[in-house]
Design a protein around this ligand. Structure first.
Ligand code: FUL
Length: 479
């Protein structure tokens, strides 16, 4: 205490930090913050459906067809990693009902296949390959099961829940439990070969499954579906979010009044809801190839690295996540085209965002909260942030350099633990001694990458930021 008093006498100008800004609106959980940090990950489809050369197995494929001759999870994981993917979700069971692990819940599983003489566990092998490479691991277990005789009846729900429990208890911490909304229709159903309809808003009783099974057994797994709970579906499989993407979302019902899984108006999922009820950012899922499964006739029709980079800017660059579908061939590895594309995609990202001009810039804010300096914007520490004083919801940040720089991208990150606060930013450049507008954007959130249509050449940029509460930014990068 004494020392502090002396310091004040000696340096009366030392300002005491102000308290942190009050949080604004709904906030992300720790598990969602971890998800935001990943940005890109992959989704692997590899089941008997691959061997049938179909997109949706009917549920009648003989397990004997599942026999990859050169299964190489390390090759798949390494290729994904070279593309900058930070985790992989394995489709442990697709709509055909075949379980890639030796489950006790159904005979229709990997132990009945010739692969490793029925002694294999593909979920385990993918999991271990991911862990070895420092990648996160998650699972997708399709609720629609075209093999199960009980599908559509209450008994099947117990089977499905038992499958989730097995996946949640035997494969370590999962970063995601992925759930899709394709439900009911025709199928094998234990030989019935018929059409079965279910009411997907009630049949799966998702609230109980997620609260009592997923949250209890995998508290750090993000639950993905059309209605979250943690991450919402973007509403299409094209791989991008709307220009304005709010991480907050108030789901609207498609029909009736209650928005539950399977009854969400996905037209609003891409944009989300400003000041929405839940923190529920969008995931943009999209396959690298035309389909989710490998089809030899689609060799050469993969998205190229440039197309993936575009999707990256329109998903990750809008504060959403990118979930890229990867489809191993019948051999059990990725096709050489896919490997090459992933590598090029990773290189493109590294090249575009390697030389951060903000680190050698001077950043001046018109208004700064005491103790929340602009140097936090370039310290590469997500936990530190620059903020404005209470009552200041609009201010300018000026970024300047000694010399004129060529600028293609501007990256801005809000300090989201305190909520999504910014409504919009307008960007100006100094040109011939005058401020000239370059562009303006709306939502910022976890990450916004602004690409200038043409690279700009200037030694000064001005950002005019408007927010619904004092502004909190954790990072500014310029490339
Ligand atoms: C959809 C499924 O119907 C597709 O087959 C695929 O698995 C995709 C990722 O999700 O809902």
């Amino acid at each position: 205490m004494k020392l502090l008093r002396y310091l004040f006498i000696l340096f009366p100008f030392i300002a005491v930090s102000q308290s942190a800004p009050e949080p604004y609106g709904v906030l992300p959980s720790e598990r969602q913050l971890d998800w935001h940090a990943l940005q890109t990950y992959g989704l692997i489809h590899f089941t008997p459906t691959t061997f049938e050369n179909k997109e949706w197995g009917y549920g009648d494929a003989d397990p004997s067809i599942f026999n990859p001759t050169d299964f190489d999870p390390d090759q798949i994981v390494a290729a994904a990693k070279s593309g900058g993917l930070k985790g992989l979700i394995l489709v442990a069971k697709h709509h055909d009902g075949f379980c890639l692990w030796p489950t006790k819940t159904t005979e229709y599983n990997i132990s009945k296949s010739p692969w490793k003489n029925g002694k294999g566990d593909m979920v385990r092998e993918f999991e271990q390959a991911c862990r070895k490479a420092g990648m996160k691991f998650g699972v997708y277990c399709s609720p629609w099961d075209r093999n199960n005789a009980e599908y559509g009846k209450p008994a099947y729900l117990e089977t499905y829940r038992a499958q989730l429990k097995e996946l949640y208890t035997n494969y370590g911490d999962l970063f995601m439990s992925w759930h899709d909304g394709a439900n009911g229709g025709d199928g094998y159903y234990g030989g019935a070969n018929e059409k079965r309809k279910i009411d997907n808003t009630t049949y799966y009783d998702w609230t109980n499954t997620w609260e009592n099974i997923t949250r209890k057994l995998q508290p750090s797994a993000n639950i993905f579906s059309d209605i979250g709970l943690d991450v919402r579906w973007v509403g299409g499989e094209h791989g991008y979010a709307a220009e304005t993407h709010w991480a907050t979302f108030s789901p609207e019902a498609n029909t009736g009044t209650v928005p539950v899984p399977g009854n969400v108006n996905t037209d609003v999922s891409s944009t989300g809801t400003r000041n929405g009820k839940y923190w529920m950012p969008a995931e943009c899922d999209v396959p690298l190839r035309p389909g989710w499964f490998y089809h030899p006739e689609e060799d050469g029709k993969e998205k190229d690295a440039k197309a993936l980079f575009e999707l990256y800017l329109k998903s990750v660059g809008r504060g959403a996540g990118l979930d890229l579908g990867l489809a191993p061939t019948k051999e059990g590895k990725l096709h050489e085209n896919d490997v090459k594309i992933l590598k090029e995609f990773g290189e493109m990202i590294n090249e575009a965002f390697q030389n951060d001009l903000a680190s050698k810039a001077k950043i001046k804010a018109i208004k700064t909260r005491k103790g929340y300096h602009t140097k936090a914007l370039t310290d590469k520490n997500e936990k530190s942030y620059w903020a404005t004083p209470d009552g200041v919801q609009k201010t300018d940040l000026i970024i300047s350099w000694k010399n004129v720089e060529e600028i293609k991208y501007l990256q801005i990150k809000e300090y989201i633990p305190l909520g999504q606060r910014i409504d919009g930013i307008s960007v100006m450049q100094l040109k011939n001694g005058r401020w000239e507008k370059v562009t303006s954007v709306t939502s910022i959130g976890a990450n916004r990458i602004i690409r200038f249509e043409e690279p700009i050449h200037t030694n000064k940029i001005k950002l005019t930021i408007e927010a619904a509460a004092p502004i909190c930014l954790s990072q500014i990068s310029v490339y």
